[in-house]
Design a protein around this ligand. Structure first.
Ligand code: PMP
Length: 349
C-alpha cells in the first residue's frame, strides 16, 4: 500500500526562530523568570482547592465577564475595555495578528521582551528593533521605523528601565497605529498609563497575573484598550483561552488580595534594593531597575550562568545586548537569599 507523501514545508519565516525553551541551566533556586518568589495570594489558593469536579466538565465562559469585572475594579476602567488571554503572551500575540497585515513591521526598543520579535515572526510580520540601552527611549527611531504597530515594555524586560511617561505620550500622539505598552511589571514600578485608555483609542496596555500576583502557573494575562480594539483582539484570540481554575483564582486574588499583593511588592522592592547594594559592593554595575529583577552586565553570560547553576542558582542569560553587552538577569527573591546570590555571582563572573 502506498503511503501519502509525508514531507511538509514549514513557513519560511519560522526558520528565523527557535522554539522557546528555558535557556538557563536548571538549578534549585530559580531566578530566571521574574515570577513572584514571595508567595501566592491566599484567596487564589482557596479557590483552587474549592474546585469541584463538576466545574471542570464544562468549558469556561468565553470572555470571562466576572474576572473582567474584578480587574475593572482594580484598575478603575470599564469591563468592556478588557480582554483576557492565556497569559500576557497570548494577548500580545493576538494583538499583533489583529492589527497588522502579513509583511508589515512591528517596532520595539531593543533589548526588550524577547517574545515581541518571536510573535512578529510567527505572525509573518517584520521585527523592527530600535536600539535602547536604558535611559531615554529613542522615540524618533521608533517613529521612523515605518512600523504598523509599536511595542514598548514599561518597565522594560530585561533592563528594568522605566520609560518616561512623556516619551510614551509622545509615541501615542505621533504614531498613527496601535501602540502596545506592556506593563507586565507595573505593580513593581507603581507607574501605569492605563488611565489613558479612555482617551487614547490606539493604546493597548498589557498586564498579567504572572508577576506581582504570583500566578504564572495559571496563565492569565489581559489587555486594556478601547472596546473597539478589545473586540478585534478577542477575534484573533478565539474562545475559552483562560481555564475555569485560572478565572476563579485570578478573580479572587484581584478582588480580595490586592493589599496582600502590594505588601509582597514592597518586600520585593526592599530585596531588590539590598541585591543592588550587595552587587555594587562586589564591583558589579547593575542596571537601575524598577521591576522585580536586576540586569547585571558580565564578561561572559553563558559561562557565568553555568557556574551559578553549579552553585544551585538559575539566572537568565543575555548575550551581546545592544549598548550593554553580555548580562545575566536575576529575579529578586527574599532578602536572606540575596547575599547568597551576590556572593555566588562574585565567584562566577
Ligand atoms: N511581558 C513581559 C514584559 C514579560 O516579561 C512576560 C513574562 N516573562 C510576559 C509579558 C508574559 O507574561 P505571561 O506569563 O502573562 O504570559
Amino acid at each position: 500500500m502506498s503511503m501519502p507523501n509525508a514531507s511538509f514545508v514549514p513557513r519560511a519565516a519560522l526558520s528565523a526562530i527557535v522554539p522557546v525553551v528555558a535557556d538557563s541551566p536548571p538549578a534549585p533556586l530559580h531566578l530566571a523568570d521574574n515570577t513572584n518568589l514571595f508567595g501566592v495570594p491566599p484567596a487564589a489558593l482557596r479557590e483552587l482547592s474549592a474546585l469541584d469536579p463538576a466545574d471542570l466538565v464544562h468549558y469556561p465562559s468565553s470572555s470571562g465577564p466576572e474576572l473582567r469585572e474584578a480587574i475593572a475594579g482594580y484598575l478603575d476602567v470599564s469591563p468592556n475595555e478588557i480582554v483576557l488571554g492565556c497569559g500576557a503572551d497570548d494577548v500580545i500575540n493576538c494583538a499583533f495578528r489583529a492589527f497588522c497585515e502579513p509583511g508589515e513591521g512591528i517596532a520595539y526598543p531593543d533589548p526588550t521582551f524577547m517574545m515581541a520579535r518571536y510573535f512578529a515572526i510567527t505572525n509573518n510580520l517584520r521585527p523592527l528593533p530600535v536600539p535602547y540601552a536604558g535611559g531615554a527611549l529613542d522615540t524618533d527611531g521608533l517613529l521612523a521605523a515605518r512600523a504598523a504597530m509599536l511595542y514598548v515594555c514599561a518597565p522594560n524586560n530585561p533592563t528594568g528601565s522605566q520609560p518616561h511617561p512623556a516619551e510614551l505620550h509622545l509615541l501615542l500622539e505621533r504614531f498613527g497605529g496601535p501602540v502596545i505598552i506592556d506593563e507586565a511589571y507595573a505593580e513593581f514600578s507603581g507607574e501605569s498609563i492605563v488611565n489613558l485608555v479612555a482617551e487614547q483609542p490606539r493604546l493597548i496596555v498589557v498586564r498579567t497575573f504572572s508577576k506581582a500576583f504570583g500566578l504564572a502557573g495559571l496563565r492569565v494575562g489581559y489587555a486594556v484598550a478601547s472596546p473597539a480594539l478589545v473586540r478585534e483582539i478577542e477575534k484573533t484570540r478565539g474562545p475559552f483561552a483562560v481555564s475555569t481554575a485560572a478565572l476563579r483564582a485570578a478573580r479572587a486574588a484581584v478582588t480580595e488580595d490586592v493589599d496582600w499583593v502590594h505588601a509582597r511588592v514592597r518586600d520585593a522592592i526592599e530585596a531588590r534594593t539590598e541585591l543592588v547594594r550587595l552587587l555594587t559592593e562586589r564591583g558589579f554595575a547593575p542596571v537601575p531597575s524598577r521591576a522585580n529583577f536586576v540586569l547585571v552586565p558580565v564578561a561572559n553570560a553563558r559561562r557565568t550562568a553555568e557556574r551559578l547553576a553549579a552553585s544551585g542558582i538559575a539566572v537568565r542569560i543575555l548575550v551581546a545586548l545592544p549598548g550593554i553587552g553580555d548580562a545575566v538577569r536575576i529575579t529578586v527573591a527574599p532578602i536572606p537569599l540575596m547575599r547568597q546570590v551576590a556572593d555566588a555571582l562574585r565567584d562566577a563572573a
